[in-house]
Design a protein around this ligand. Structure first.
Ligand code: WT7
Length: 686
C-alpha cells in the first residue's frame, strides 16, 4: 500500500521532544503495591506490581476483563463468554450471554446509593452561570425523554440523531436512547446542514433531537434552522424533538415537537430494556480516506467497561472528584469522558458549552477555580492558543484543586506541554498525553501517573493501557522488535472498547482496519518507540488530516471544492499550523475560460466547504495552479504538495517519477506569490 512508504512526520517542529526530555516532576520512583492502586487486582493473587498486571491483562485477557466486568458493571444476567474475537475477519465480541442496561449503570445504581450527588455540572456559555444536576434529577430527565421517544414510536434498535450543544438535556437524550435500546448518533452541532443530512440518511434515523438555538461565545446560533434544511433532504425523518436552549421562539412545523412540553406529560420513571452485550449502543461518524464518513458502531458492555476503567485509572479519578473534560459531546471524547466513563463511575462530570476564549482567555481557569475541577482534560490546540495569550490569564485564578491534566486529539508539542505542566499545573500535576481514536472507544496509550512509580516524558503518550498490545510494523508488514524505531502503529489484540463495525458497511470496516496487517488492528497512525519502549504518536499515515483535533478526510474537502462550477480538479492536503496543529491547503485547477477574480474564487470555495462540511473545515490556503504534480500513472504526488505548502523546498525529494517536473517549479513560484499576497491582506476570518 502506497501510504506505508510515506515518510513519517517525525521532523515536524512540534515533535522535537523525542528522546531529549527530562522526567517530569512529582512522580516518585518507588514501586507500589498494585492493589493499593487498583482494588480489582485483588482478584489476581500473586500479581503485585503494574508490569505484572499489564502482562496478565495481555496473556490472560479474558480472565482480566471478565473480573473487571463482574466487578464494575451491574448485570441483569451474567455473561457466559468473556470474548470471542478473530481480528483477521474483523470479528470482535465481548461478554456474550450477558444482559445489562447502560443507563442503569450510569444513573440508577448511583441514585440508589447517593441520589443527591451531582452527576453533571453544566458550564453554560454565559460566564459564571453553571447548573448542577444530581443523579436523581438526571434519572428523571432521562426517563421523561425515554417515554417521549417511546410515545413517538422509537423502538429498540432504531437510530436517533442528536444534534445539540453540550447540555444536560443532550446527555439525558443519549441515556434515554440507551434506556430503551435505541441507537444514538450524535452529530457535532458545528456540522453543516448537508453534513447532518448525510449522517441522518446513512444512519436511517427517523427521529432527530435538537435545540431551538445554540449559544456559543455570546452569540446565538440558529441550530433548528440547520436541522430544518437538513430534514428537507431526509424524507425518512418523522419527528424532530426541539428542546429550548433560549427563550426565543423558532418556527415549528408539523413534524416538530416541543421536547420539554412533551416530557412534562410523561412519567419520571421508565423501565430499562435488557440489552445484549453486543447490541449497538451508538453510531458515531468520523472521517476516513474516502469522501464518505464512516458510522462507527460501539456496543453496550465492552464499551462501557472500557470507558469506565480508563476514566478511573488514566486520570486517577476518585470518589468526590470533579472531572472536567471540555470536549464537545459530538466527538468520541465527549461520549467516553464527559458521559459514559464518568457517569458509569458515579462521578461528577463537567459539561462545557463555551469556548476557551469567551469572555476572555481565562475562561478555563476561572471555571477550574469556581467548580473546583480536579482533573482537566483538553486539546493541544486550545493549550497552544492560550499559551499565546500569556501566563497572567492562568495565574490570576486559583488552580489548587487540579490534580491531573490531560491532553487529547492530536500530538502535543513540547512547548505547549511544558506550559501546560509548568504554568497551568504549577509543576504539581502530571500531564497525561492520551492517544486513542473514535475506533478505539477509549484511551489506549497514556502515561500512568496514578501508579506513582512511573516517569513521564513530556509530549509522549508513552505506555499501553491494560489489555492494549501496540506494535510497530516495517515496510514488509512485519512486526518491528527493536526500540528506538518508527513505523505504522497497530494493536495486536482485541480489547472490549474497540468499535465493532461500520454501520451498513462491514466490508469497509474489515478492509480499513484489519486487511492492511492481517490479524492486527491498524490505527492509521505512525508512532515512534523510544529506547525505553515508550510510544510517541507521529501523526496520520493516510489521507486524514487533523484540524484542531478534528479529523477530516482530504477527499471530503476535495469533494466539496469540486462542486464549485469553476473547479476542474483539486488536491487538498494538510500542512503544519501553529495553533490548529494542521490546516488544510487546497490546490485547484480552474476550468477553461473562467473569468472571475482569484479573491472571489477563494472566498466562494471557503464558503462551499463550510456549507458542505463545517466551518472548521474551510481551507486556510487555496492556490490556483495550472497543473498538479502527477506520476506517470496519473496519481497526484501529495508528498510533493505537502512540502511545497510547508515551504520545505529542500525536502521535495525524488521528482524523477514525475510526469513533468516543470509543474513543480510553477507551483513553487505560485506558492511564494500567494504567501506574499496573504501577508499583504488582512487575515481571513476562517
Ligand atoms: C486521531 C483520532 C481520541 C479522541 C479524539 C480524537 C490523533 C488522538 C492523540 C495524541 C497524537 C493523537 C491520531 C488519531 N490523536 N490523540 N494523544 N497524540 N495524536 O479522535 O477524531 O477519532 O481522531 O487523532 O491521529 O488517529 P478521532
Amino acid at each position: 500500500m502506497s501510504f506505508l512508504r510515506r515518510p513519517l512526520a517525525l521532523g515536524r517542529p512540534f515533535l522535537r521532544a523525542v528522546g531529549s526530555s527530562p522526567p517530569a516532576g512529582p512522580i516518585s520512583s518507588a514501586s507500589t503495591n498494585i492493589s493499593a492502586f487498583m482494588p480489582e487486582a485483588a482478584a489476581f493473587p500473586g500479581v503485585r506490581d503494574y508490569p505484572s498486571l499489564l502482562h496478565l491483562s495481555l496473556g490472560q485477557a479474558d480472565r482480566f476483563w471478565a473480573a473487571l466486568a463482574r466487578d464494575r458493571l451491574s448485570w441483569i444476567s451474567p455473561f457466559h463468554t468473556a470474548s470471542d474475537c478473530d481480528l483477521a475477519r474483523g470479528k470482535v465480541r465481548w461478554f456474550e450471554g450477558g444482559r445489562l442496561n447502560v443507563s442503569v449503570n450510569c444513573i440508577d445504581r448511583h441514585v440508589h446509593t447517593s441520589p443527591d450527588k451531582v452527576a453533571l455540572i453544566w458550564e453554560r456559555d454565559e460566564p459564571g452561570t453553571h447548573v448542577k444536576i444530581t443523579y436523581r434529577h438526571l434519572l428523571e430527565m432521562t426517563c421523561r425523554v425515554a417515554n417521549t421517544l417511546k410515545r413517538h414510536g422509537v423502538r429498540k434498535g432504531d437510530r436517533v440523531t442528536i444534534y445539540m450543544p453540550a447540555s444536560p438535556i443532550a446527555v439525558a437524550s443519549m441515556l434515554a436512547c440507551a434506556r430503551i435500546g435505541a441507537v444514538h448518533t450524535v452529530v457535532f452541532a458545528g456540522f453543516s446542514a448537508d453534513a447532518l443530512a448525510d449522517r441522518i440518511r446513512d444512519g436511517q434515523s427517523e427521529t432527530v433531537i435538537t435545540t431551538n438555538q445554540a449559544v456559543r461565545g455570546g452569540r446565538i446560533i440558529e441550530l433548528k434552522q440547520t436541522v430544518d434544511q437538513a430534514v428537507r433532504k431526509c424524507p425518512s425523518v418523522k419527528h424532530v424533538l426541539v428542546a429550548k436552549r433560549t427563550e426565543n421562539e423558532v418556527p415549528m412545523s408539523s413534524i416538530d415537537i416541543p421536547l420539554e412540553e412533551e416530557m412534562m406529560k410523561e412519567e419520571a420513571v421508565c423501565d430499562p430494556v435488557a440489552m445484549e452485550s453486543e447490541d449497538p449502543l451508538f453510531l458515531l461518524y468520523t472521517s476516513g480516506s474516502t469522501g464518505k464518513p464512516k458510522g462507527l458502531v460501539h456496543t453496550q458492555a465492552g464499551y462501557l467497561l472500557y470507558t469506565s476503567v480508563t476514566h478511573r485509572y488514566v486520570f486517577d479519578y476518585h470518589e468526590g472528584d470533579v472531572f472536567g473534560c471540555v470536549a464537545d459531546i459530538g466527538w468520541i471524547t465527549g461520549h467516553s469522558y464527559v458521559v459514559y466513563g464518568p457517569l458509569c463511575n458515579g462521578g461528577t462530570s463537567v459539561l462545557f458549552e463555551s469556548t476557551p476564549v469567551y469572555p476572555n482567555p481565562g475562561r478555563y481557569w476561572e471555571m477550574v477555580e469556581r467548580l473546583k475541577i480536579n482533573q482537566f482534560y483538553g486539546a493541544p490546540t486550545a493549550i497552544r492558543l492560550l499559551f499565546k495569550y500569556g501566563d497572567e490569564w492562568v495565574k490570576s485564578h486559583d488552580r489548587t484543586s487540579l490534580k491531573i491534566l490531560g491532553s487529547v486529539g492530536e500530538p502535543i508539542n513540547a512547548e505547549a506541554w511544558d506550559w501546560y505542566y509548568r504554568v497551568v499545573g504549577d509543576e504539581r500535576c502530571p500531564v497525561v498525553d492520551t492517544w486513542w481514536q473514535t475506533e478505539t472507544g477509549g484511551i489506549c496509550i497514556a502515561p500512568r501517573p496514578a501508579a506513582r512509580d512511573a516517569e513521564i516524558v513530556p509530549a509522549m503518550a508513552m505506555r499501553p493501557f491494560f489489555g492494549i498490545n501496540p506494535v510497530l510494523m516495517d515496510d514488509q508488514g512485519k512486526k518491528l522488535m527493536d526500540n528506538n524505531t518508527s513505523g505504522p502503529l497497530c494493536i495486536a489484540q482485541a480489547w472490549p472498547g474497540m468499535a465493532r463495525t461500520i454501520h451498513n458497511d462491514h466490508d469497509r470496516f474489515v478492509n480499513t482496519y484489519f486487511k492492511p496487517y492481517p490479524n492486527y488492528f491498524f490505527t492509521g497512525d505512525g508512532a515512534y518507540r523510544s529506547e525505553k519502549g515508550y510510544y510517541q504518536i507521529t501523526g496520520r499515515l493516510d489521507d486524514v488530516i487533523n484540524i484542531s483535533g478534528h479529523r477530516l478526510g482530504t477527499a471530503e474537502i476535495e469533494g466539496a471544492v469540486n462542486q464549485h462550477r469553476v473547479v476542474a480538479e483539486s488536491a487538498a492536503i494538510g500542512c503544519a499550523h501553529e495553533i490548529k496543529g494542521e490546516a488544510s491547503y487546497v490546490f485547484i485547477i480552474l476550468k477553461d475560460g473562467v473569468d472571475m477574480s482569484e479573491a472571489v474564487i477563494r472566498q466562494e470555495l471557503k464558503d462551499i466547504v463550510s456549507q458542505k462540511i463545517a466551518k472548521y473545515a474551510a481551507p486556510d490556503h487555496i492556490q490556483i495552479v495550472k497543473r498538479l504534480p502527477k506520476t506517470r500513472s496519473g496519481k497526484i504526488m501529495r508528498r510533493v504538495l505537502r512540502k511545497i505548502a510547508e515551504s520545505k523546498l529542500d525536502e521535495l525529494g525524488d521528482l524523477t517519477t514525475l510526469d513533468d517536473h516543470t509543474a513543480v517549479q510553477e507551483i513553487v513560484a505560485g506558492h511564494r506569490q500567494m504567501l506574499k499576497e496573504e501577508a499583504e491582506q488582512p487575515a481571513s476570518r476562517h
